[in-house]
Design a protein. Structure first.
Ligand code: NAD
Length: 273
């Protein structure tokens, strides 16, 4: 495993397990499998309605809590609602703290939402706070209004949608670029891409392993999801090789600014700035 250190000094595994679209009734089992496979970063959200099941899996795992990095996301707008939401999430997940809580998407009152996150950070309920689906201007607005800098912006990113401008901007501001849907939700075009297939052959890996390793080698925090234990294991087995500089350039050339679609334009990070 490779680790990153946030701008507030908190250390995180670069690679973890996403739980979007995992039904609550099977989430506990899936997270138990993921922890068994070796994942130590788990990503959930209020919007996934599975925080309780993720918490159950962590609490039953026998793994020390401090060895697990748990992220959740606020789906509330404004100070009061978010303050209550944080406490409800902690109760649902049966946790004393989250390692990271991010605003799931820009809210009508993102400043009030962030204020509640900052307050919870200051009293130790959250070890770090950040953003998701915020574009350049929206991240700037947060930075201009608060002393506590966001540690991450979790945005849609895959080898087909590399978010190069946001990547550069986030690095310049010492904010970690975190990817969601790193496999383009399993899109066929990505799995059949000839360049990825030939690198898979060269390194004796699968295409998803190649696509995931590319993001990790770019220092992008990455959290693929799967309920298949074999895929969980495979996705994690990407730390025993490195692409050459030339291969990284070739992979950067695969960017098509092509995402899974269906997200409001205001959340599209490729807006010119
Ligand atoms: P993903 O790109 O991780 O793809 C998941 C799909 O790929 C699933 O259908 C899975 O079965 C398949 N898959 C995974 N590994 C595979 C393998 N080795 N071989 C073949 N198929 C494989 O998409 P995702 O789950 O939407 O995104 C990952 C995580 O990102 C989510 O679980 C969630 O935690 C987070 N997320 C966040 C946001 C946000 O707004 N912040 C939005 C979407 C997802």
């Amino acid at each position: 495993m490779k680790y990153l250190t946030f701008n507030n000094g908190v250390k995180t595994p670069i690679f973890g397990f996403g739980t979007y679209r995992i039904q609550p009734r099977i989430t506990e089992g899936a997270v138990v499998e993921a922890l068994k496979a070796g994942y130590r970063l788990i990503d959930t959200a209020q919007a996934y309605s599975n925080e309780a099941e993720v918490g159950n899996a962590i609490n039953k795992s026998g793994i020390k809590r401090e060895d697990i990095f748990l992220t959740t996301k606020a789906q509330t707008s404004g100070y009061r609602e978010t303050k209550n939401g944080i406490d409800e999430s902690l109760i649902h997940a049966q946790q004393d703290y989250f390692d990271l809580m991010i605003i799931h998407w820009p809210m009508s009152d993102s400043l009030g939402t962030y204020q509640a996150l900052e307050e919870a950070y200051q009293v130790g309920k959250l070890r770090s706070i950040g953003l998701s689906n915020f574009n350049h201007d929206q991240v700037n607005e947060i930075m201009n209004n608060f002393d506590t800098k966001p540690v991450v912006d979790q945005i849609e990113t895959s080898v087909f949608k590399q978010q190069k401008k946001m990547h550069k901007y986030l690095i310049e501001n010492n904010i970690v670029h975190e990817s969601w849907s790193p496999l383009g939700e399993g899109m066929k075009a990505l799995f059949n891409d000839p360049t990825l297939l030939s690198l898979a052959e060269k390194y004796n890996k699968t295409v998803p392993q190649i696509a995931l390793h590319f993001l990790v080698q770019e220092n992008i925090m990455t959290i693929p999801g799967s309920t298949n234990p074999l895929h969980m294991k495979d996705n994690l087995d990407i730390f025993d090789f490195e692409f050459t500089a030339e291969e990284m350039e070739t992979l950067r050339g695969l960017d098509q600014k092509r995402g899974i679609g269906g997200w409001p334009a205001s959340m599209d990070q490729e807006l010119d700035y």
